[in-house]
Design a protein. Sequence first.
Length: 657
Amino acid sequence: MYLSLSYTTLFVCFYCAEVVYSQDASRTILNASRTGLPSSDVVGSITIPTTLTSVSNIETSSIFSLTSSASSIIITAAPTSTASSNPSIAPFPPVGSIPRDYTPAGLSRLWDLIGPVEIPPITTTVIPQTPIALPSPPPALYPPFFAVTPKDILPDLKFPKGFLFGVASAAYQVEGAVKDEGKGPSVWDCFLRALDKLLTRYFLTILPADVVDLHYYLYKEDVARIAALGINSHSFSISWARIFPFGAADSPVNQEGIDHYADVIATHLKSNVTPVVTLFHWDPPLALSAYYGGFASPNIVDDFIHYAKTVFTAYNGSVHTWYTFNEPQVFCSELGSFPFNLTLPNGVNSSNAQFQCSYYLLKAHAGAVKAFREMHITGEIAFKSADYVGMPWRTNNTEDVDAVERHAAFGIGIFADPVYTTGDWPQILKDTLPPDYLPRFTEEESKEILGESDFFAIDAYRTYWNTAPPEGIGACVKNLSDPLWPSCNLEVMVDLNGWASGPASDPLTPWLQATPQFLRTSFKEYHRRWPAPKIYFSEFGFTQPFEGLRTPAELSQITEDPERTNYYMTYLGELLLSIHEDGIPVEGAFAWAIMDNAEWNSGLSARFGIQYVNYSSPNLERSYKRSAFALCKFMAFSETLQALKNSSRLFQQHLQN
Ligand SMILES: *[C@@H]1O[C@H](CO)[C@@H](O)[C@H](O)[C@H]1NC(C)=O
Ligand SMILES: *[C@@H]1O[C@H](CO)[C@@H](O)[C@H](O)[C@H]1NC(C)=O
Ligand SMILES: *[C@@H]1O[C@H](CO)[C@@H](O)[C@H](O)[C@H]1NC(C)=O
Ligand SMILES: *[C@@H]1O[C@H](CO)[C@@H](O)[C@H](O)[C@H]1NC(C)=O
Ligand SMILES: *[C@@H]1O[C@H](CO)[C@@H](O)[C@H](O)[C@H]1NC(C)=O
Ligand SMILES: *[C@@H]1O[C@H](CO)[C@@H](O)[C@H](O)[C@H]1NC(C)=O
Ligand SMILES: *[C@@H]1O[C@H](CO)[C@@H](O)[C@H](O)[C@H]1NC(C)=O
Ligand SMILES: *[C@@H]1O[C@H](CO)[C@@H](O)[C@H](O)[C@H]1NC(C)=O
């Protein structure tokens, strides 16, 4: 999923003042109680119009919280002094102090940094009874305009032949079994625990995803369940620390990890579910952070390329569509924040870590794609972008037009410009960030990076407006202490009259409103700015409001998810129009997520699944939600936009009566 740590924490804390989350008795993940933040934590305050409800691009900072008052939004953060002097947070050993000991003893030592992990209730691969018998589908909601059904959407339009109609997941978020079959720790195994210790101050608890969905042992059933829906593809990620427990190129391969994913891939192929594989979905081996600072160090480049080559060789011919990196911009933006910044190497600090990471990550991407080509690996490869190209909040206001450009440059352009169009950073970045923040490419590096992708992929959950900071873009760009520096723009989720851009999702994902009305414009912009022969809509999805508050006993309330269903139906309808009316070459769409999962530091309470997972059950049973059936039927049924128009006409009549 899209979320960044600081974004999530930002809003989790904001939200926790309102709601107590404490269900799923056996595995309470997020426990927020009504609490105020100590006033000493206020690190900055900006006065902006009350109609602004969201502040973005604060990722270079830290654990934030927002409180809004009548006329201002106050940004608060946990201060360094408290964080580092808090005795409950064990300091991470200095970078480079842990020896490269690639023996079982060395692996134990890495796990000792983490402490005990939860033992999963199941410890071998489960062979399900197949085929999975689908339960009877939900009845249509009435009247139809209350919740669109697949047959309400564009009957004459079809997805192109070979269209990948998929679901998505990511290793850390679904696998569990984090210490099994030779896996090394990933940074998430360690850092969520550190974060949990810090958040204890705010009466918040975040448990790490030691077990979650146990997809690691239940993948056969999971694949069978999506095959039963008729979904023809699954985009998942490989855990680097399962293939290389120590991460490094000179360290041993874990054959159990290789064999595991070989069977995962084979299981997909046998079920006619096309596997789409991401090499890196935010979970680097912890060892590399300990040895040299992970993605803040140039050493990461060769280690990643070696990992990529190993995986390419192992699964060459079985996987056609590959991604190197998931949402690199979000990943890198976390590196300067606690707890990821516990392992920054010399010369890199919280302010420039994001851009050092961006530089090395692009080199790692380019190197892996170069290897892909040189090794004649069959198929196609790219990375997954995230975020959106916005719209000026105040129409025709030149500062807001500039704000849109800044948002696009820092959000997508930072990785997409070098790869798709120029071989270089967006000019806006170069104009804002000095070279000791943002390393400049040599001519040779530019050549290596430009063109290293076969298609464009975008995780496009929503599209909003952008506006200039109240102090003005010029003043912000010059002021390194400005909380909005360096991106110097604000995201706005309401129009000028204060109306939301679309229906809200769960309060735990306040960054997400359903905005199908902007989908076509967005895809036009992606295609215009970063042209590629094909586009994958690599993730989209929605949290049904308050779903995480429900207990397993409320299964029937949980599986009835009309808002998530509407999100998918309206997005897919607009996507069809984008393909047929606008000529945008979209060749796949992937619903996030295959099932409920660990939403990073929001834990299990932010629910994105089209299937429910009973976390109280030792079998972690899955149940289809309405949205799963809607997706399943989408391709079978179709209708014209006329149906939607008719619906709204009925609605008008209804209002008049
Ligand atoms: C949640 O946190 C509060 C305050 O620390 C604690 O009293 C309560 O027992 C916790 N609830 C759960 C379910 O863990
Ligand atoms: C890590 O980030 C936190 C904010 O997230 C900051 O307070 C702290 O100073 C940073 N630590 C280092 C070593 O940069
Ligand atoms: C990958 O498969 C293709 C097609 O079979 C083959 O030509 C190529 O040599 C293989 N590459 C590797 C590294 O195995
Ligand atoms: C914005 O500018 C365009 C072109 O100058 C003009 O047609 C349009 O009416 C303006 N919109 C507003 C809301 O002022
Ligand atoms: C971080 O590093 C940059 C680049 O070397 C430097 O300009 C900046 O002053 C450093 N910031 C801190 C807080 O040390
Ligand atoms: C820079 O931003 C900081 C934080 O908002 C503010 O306190 C300071 O006055 C600004 N400096 C200038 C020169 O505007
Ligand atoms: C969830 O699992 C628990 C424990 O096995 C069980 O008691 C409960 O009935 C399950 N809930 C549903 C809706 O299946
Ligand atoms: C929509 O309304 C038009 C005109 O009343 C009608 O001809 C058409 O069949 C309706 N379409 C659907 C899908 O109901």
